[in-house]
Design a protein. Structure first.
Length: 67
């Protein structure tokens, strides 16, 4: 059950990124610098959330041992 919940969270995060990408492209077409900046910031936030869902803080990370 937890896998399904995690998968749906990932899907929602990916959908949010796709939606915000569309909004940002629309803002770029308007040419308004302030709107573009706001929408790009929102896109970066959505991308950060999606990245965080894919890379949770408690996940094991492989490291190279230095001798």
């Amino acid at each position: 059950m937890a896998v399904d919940t995690h998968a749906s969270e990932l899907r929602r995060a990916d959908e949010a990124v796709a939606h915000q990408t569309m909004i940002t492209r629309r803002a770029v077409r308007t040419g308004d610098a302030a709107t573009i900046a706001v929408e790009r910031a929102k896109l970066q936030a959505a991308q950060a959330v999606a990245w965080g869902k894919r890379h949770p803080a408690g996940a094991p990370v492989e490291a190279v041992a230095v001798k």
